[in-house]
Design a binder for this molecule. Structure first.
Ligand code: 5MM
Length: 346
């Protein structure tokens, strides 16, 4: 058992506290720059710092967000006055998190498939992040659906790495967020996504168990069971919620501290609607809290408004807060298009 066991349990529970979710702002520089470039925002370190400061200093954010996940560059950055972002986060009543994987790379001998790297030196990096104030971590594995894929080899190596990462995190005092993402890209059906998600989660939890991960000291960050974005038969909101909960109830043990979904390229409204339907209809039969750990579905409206201009910060923060409120409502099963509009007026 980790010497941090009690701290890990307390942190894990706080991350999925009622009405709260996690905010992923851990885009690597490449991904962040791409999102900036799409909006003609100059891709400089100073702009990445300003944008992350805009997010982290949003008034009332901690009412809805338990903790933000940072990228390595961000955890080392400060406000203009020199206050470390970790301090900004803790003073606002949130828990600092850190992405510790180093990205999904091509998997040898398996065309079109990826394996996430970052295990080399991880014990030392975790110790450094803990000293800097981080209390949870994230590692994302990517599973692609296509003709003949995913291979079992791809699922196995990613599950093995997720478990190695998770047990190292617990040893070092960071709550691991275990993120096996089944991508939304492609024209696969809901049923095919269900089969792949089920096989992936089954393999991941077998590895977590085999390697001694404490389930009550971790959070699962899965993708929803959804049709591929190019599938001609798009399921209804309730069909996505039904399939996702059916798949989830088969897999994570009841002792897992919480389930916090990624948005995976769904629109802001869609991801809130799916989460809300799950909670409204199934909260009473789920053994763990079901909430969000979104990046794009919370940030995108704020980023699109900000566009790198200082005078737009306050309005961009309002847009960020609006999405945080909507997803908080969704985590309670209370989101609807009317609530979406009402919360915009508050
Ligand atoms: C799936 O991506 C994670 C959740 O974001 P969405 O809710 O937008 O799907 C996200 O945390 C992702 O892992 C980070 O943005 C890091 O991305 P890269 O690819 O730069 O490591």
């Amino acid at each position: 058992m980790s010497t941090h066991a009690q701290e890990l349990k307390t942190t894990a529970q706080a991350l999925v506290a009622k009405g709260k979710g996690i905010l992923a702002i851990d885009e690597s520089n490449g991904t962040c720059n791409q999102r900036f470039a799409n909006l003609s925002i100059p891709t400089t370190e100073e702009n990445r710092r300003s944008y992350r400061k805009l997010i982290l200093t949003t008034p009332q954010l901690s009412t809805y967000i338990s903790g933000p996940i940072l990228f390595d560059e961000t955890i080392r950055q400060t406000t203009r006055n020199g206050k470390p972002f970790v301090q900004v986060i803790t003073e606002a009543g949130m828990i600092p998190g850190i992405k510790v994987d180093t990205g999904a790379k091509d998997l040898a001998a398996h065309p079109r498939e990826k394996v996430t790297e970052g295990l080399d030196g991880l014990r030392d990096r975790i110790a450094e992040y803990y000293r800097m104030g981080a209390r949870f971590a994230k590692w994302r594995a990517v599973i692609t659906i296509g003709e003949g894929i995913p291979s079992q080899a791809c699922i196995d190596v990613n599950a093995h790495a997720l478990a190695r990462y998770a047990v190292l995190c617990q040893e070092g005092g960071l709550v691991p967020i275990v993120e096996p993402e089944v991508l939304i890209d492609g024209d696969h059906t809901l049923e095919r996504c269900y089969q792949v998600s089920d096989r992936t989660l089954h393999t991941v939890f077998a590895q977590l168990y085999a390697q001694g991960v404490a389930f009550d000291q971790m959070i699962l960050k899965p993708s929803m069971v959804i049709a591929g974005k190019d599938c001609p038969q798009q399921p209804s909101v309730d069909e996505v919620a039904d399939a996702t909960i059916r798949c989830l109830r088969k897999n994570p043990p009841a002792t897992v501290a919480g389930v916090a979904f990624l948005s995976g390229g769904q629109s802001a409204e869609q991801s809130a609607a799916h989460l809300s339907s799950m909670n409204a209809r199934y909260q009473s039969i789920c053994p763990w809290p079901v909430t969000f750990s979104y990046a794009r579905a919370i940030q995108q409206p704020a980023l699109e408004h900000w566009r790198g201009e200082g005078q737009r910060v306050a309005e961009a923060q309002q847009r960020l807060l609006h999405r945080a409120k909507c997803n908080s409502a969704a985590s309670l099963g209370d989101y609807s298009s009317e609530v979406e509009r009402e919360l915009a007026l508050v």
